[in-house]
Every structure is written in C-alpha cells, then in structure tokens.
Write a protein that binds this ligand. Structure first.
Ligand SMILES: *Cc1c(COP(=O)(O)O)cnc(C)c1O
Length: 384
C-alpha cells in the first residue's frame, strides 16, 4: 500500500512514480539476461514516455523500441543511443522514416512490402542505407483481451508467414536495404508462459523455412507482452522475469551468432506507477453508492477501453483506521457512462476529500491521457 507521506502536495489527479521500484525491476531484468552476450532488452517506449523514466531506463543500459517518430525523438532526447533504437509500427509516415534514417537508428521493423518500398525510396534519396527486419504475423493466439492480441492472422499487424520468403527476397534485391532479421510480437498482458512457448515453436519453424530457402536472419526479435499482477501489486511488484526468460532459453533454437531481442513495456513500468485522485463527492443513488473522483478516463483510459482492472486504495481512510467497508462504484467526472474505474468495490467508508490511489498505472496510463472535456493532462511526479 502507498502511504500519504510519500506523496507530493500538488493538484490531483496526478501520477506518482516509484523510481526505486523501477530500479529493482531493471536490476531483476539484468540479473536474468546478463549471462547472454547476444541478448538485447529494449524498452517499449509507448508504455510510458515520461522523460525522467526514459532517462533512468536509458542509463540502465536498455535499448528502445519505438512505434512513432515522436517516440524516436523522445528516446534520443533521453539518451538512448541511436544504435539501440528500433522503429516498428504498421503506418510509418514519410517524415518519420526520414528522421529515423537521418538519426541512424539500428533498424526498422517493417510490416508490409508497400512500406519496404517507401523506406527504400527514402533511403535512396538520402543516399544512405536502411537496416530492416520483417515483422511476421506468427498466427499464434494469446490468452489476453481481444483488443491487445496482435499475433493472429486477422490482426492488422505484420506480414503473413506465408509471404516471409518472398518479402526477404524482394529486400535483398534492393540496393539500399540491409535485411537484418525477423520480428514478432503476439500481444500484451500475457501471464501464461505457454503463449511464449508457442511463439518459440513458431519462430523455430520459420527459421527452418528460412534455411530451406537458403536465407539467414542475424536478428530474432520476440517482442514484448509479459504481464503484471493487477490484482495484487504488493504481492508481485516485480514480474516473474525468471520464468519469462527461461521460456525462451528452453524454447528457441537460435542459430550460431544470432542476436536475440526482447521488447518489454508493461512489465518494466506498470507496477511503479499509481494514479492519485481525490474523492469529490460520495453520492448515494437509488441502488448504488458512487465515489465520484477527480480523475476520469481522460487520465487513465484502460478500464473504459479494455475493461481493465486497477486496484483502488483509499489512502486517507487507511490513516483514519475506521469505518465498515462499503461497496462503491468509483467513477470519474467525464460526461460518458463508460467513465467508471470499478463497480461494487469494497472500500473503507469514503468521504469527500479522501486521497485515492489507482495502482499498477505506470504503463499505458499517463501516456494515453487525453484532453477530452477540455481537461488538463495529468502530470507525472517522482516519489520522494
Ligand atoms: C506494445 C509493443 C511492445 C510492448 O508490449 P508490452 O505488452 O507493453 O510489453 C513490444 N513490441 C511492440 C512491437 C509493441 O507494439
């Protein structure tokens, strides 16, 4: 549980980031990966691009996985070396490709033949070379919310596995393109290691197919997706990186000299962040009691967007140490019925003015905030 003494006295709602927990998390990843010289862990910037958080992750020696030109810019500004930045995404605009080439990023993860042709054109105009991996849609299902699976044949992501050999041959005929390897990403908030094991099996099959065609990939990128414990963040503040990385050690048959890339987002930053909000009103309606708070889905969209769960803690009531638990719907002020964080949620008796924390909000929280209803964007602060 968070304690009120750790919080800055600033206007709610805001995000608070526990940088000591972030450091523990980064250290845990290092502990599981440092014996593998050919492994590279990249941080998926889209999960949280707060400048101080990015700087801390860059300083710990991680690379960056970006999905827009803005993210490439943010990663460079935070101190990630260009040689450790990869750029993925189904819809890269020309200016984004141009800027990434000028910055000299490590590689593009290319998602279609159409995109490859544009990257080649721009590299030719700039008189430079583009290093590319191909994102292959592995057609592997994953046990997570339908909005966050990405590796099924019907998803918009990647190149169909049947087209892999063809696109690589096309790339090899382009003078300004260097083919680097294969990229995969099957989804997010995955807690079943079997999903990653299934990915390993598919990657091995794709490698066999490459070899049969006389081709070779220097890089294998298995994406991100490791989940966190939203139910009980204090029981599992650091995800089970041992089980995650072991799945790949056991399952993947890497070829001589191959480099293996990981791209973790949520697992790195989710648990170190909380959204802090204040209770504005406790409204007794006909069938329900509403705790109306000053944060809404403009600040944290995951519950409204994915039906996601965040643990809710009344920090002030905890210090009062009184009151029978009561069921509340904790809702925001936005003029949409979906602006609900939790329903029928048991909390100690809650009053106007109480500070409330929505836990595990470090990933896909602040970064997804919007200005709907002309609301100011929430700020992120580091814990004292
Ligand atoms: C979002 C994303 C990631 C990170 O996903 P997490 O579930 O946050 O680990 C990694 N790679 C790609 C290509 C992504 O789009």
């Amino acid at each position: 549980m968070l304690s009120i003494e750790q919080l800055p006295r600033v206007q709610t709602p805001y995000y608070i980031y526990d940088t000591a927990l972030l450091q523990r998390t980064l250290d845990a990843i290092h502990a599981e990966t440092r014996d593998h010289d050919n492994w590279h862990v990249h941080y998926a910037v889209k999960a949280n691009a707060h400048p101080d958080i990015l700087r801390q992750i860059a300083a710990a020696g991680f690379g960056a996985d970006c999905v827009s030109g803005g993210e490439v810019q943010a990663a460079l500004a935070a101190g990630f070396p260009a040689s450790e930045i990869v750029f993925a995404g189904v819809g890269k605009a020309d200016w984004e490709i141009r800027n990434a080439l000028k910055a000299g990023i490590a590689m593009f993860n290319v998602e279609s033949l159409e995109e490859l042709e544009v990257i080649h054109e721009i590299a030719t105009l700039l008189n430079t070379r583009a290093r590319v991996s191909f994102r292959i849609n592995p057609d592997v299902g994953a046990h997570t919310h339908a909005h966050i699976t990405t590796g099924k044949a019907e998803n918009k992501f990647g190149i169909a596995k049947e087209d892999m050999v063809h696109v690589i041959r096309q790339a090899q005929q382009m003078q300004r393109i260097d083919f680097m390897g294969l990229h995969f990403h099957i989804g997010s908030q995955l807690l079943e290691m079997d999903d990653f094991a299934a990915l390993c099996t598919r990657v091995n099959e794709m490698q066999d197919e490459l070899e049969a065609a006389g081709l070779r990939a220097n890089n294998i990128n298995v994406g991100g997706g490791l989940g966190v414990d939203y139910q009980d963040p204090d029981a599992h503040p650091v995800p089970n990186f041992k089980a995650y990385f072991q799945t790949f050690t056991r399952g993947l048959k890497l070829r001589e000299g191959q480099q293996l890339h990981f791209e973790l987002g949520r697992a790195v930053v989710a648990q170190m962040g909380s959204l802090i909000t204040r209770c504005l009103y406790v409204k007794q309606a006909k069938v329900k009691k509403f705790a109306i708070v000053d944060a809404g889905f403009t600040d944290l969209i995951r519950p409204a967007f994915y039906g996601a769960y965040h643990k809710v803690e009344n920090l002030t009531a905890a210090t009062r140490g009184e009151g029978e638990p009561t069921l509340y719907d904790v809702v925001g002020p936005i003029c949409e019925s979906s602006d609900v964080f939790v329903t029928d949620y048991s909390m100690p008796a809650t009053r106007r003015g109480d500070l409330i924390a929505l836990r595990s909000a470090g990933a896909y929280g602040e970064i997804m905030a919007s200005g709907y209803n002309c609301r100011p964007l929430p700020k992120g602060y580091l814990m004292e």
